[in-house]
Ligand binder design. Structure first.
Ligand SMILES: [Zn+2]
Length: 68
């Protein structure tokens, strides 16, 4: 059995008030940011993510090891 590292982020980690229960996991930060952008657009009506939110997202990203 081996483990693989993923970047993980929860919407509530970025927006403790106003966020939802959405959780995302991706192999790279770039991929994660794309998934976050899609979520922000679909669920929070944000056409683009403001710069300060990008910083908040990056600060909130956790690296987790998942057994594969
Ligand atoms: Zn959300």
């Amino acid at each position: 059995m081996s483990t693989k590292e993923y970047k993980q982020l929860g919407c509530l980690d970025v927006q403790p008030s106003g966020g939802c229960g959405f959780q995302v996991r991706a192999e790279t930060e770039g991929e994660l940011m794309q998934l976050v952008a899609t979520h922000a657009k679909q669920c929070h009506k944000l056409d683009s993510i403001p710069a300060e939110m990008v910083s908040a997202v990056k600060a909130a990203i956790k690296t987790v090891s998942v057994a594969v």
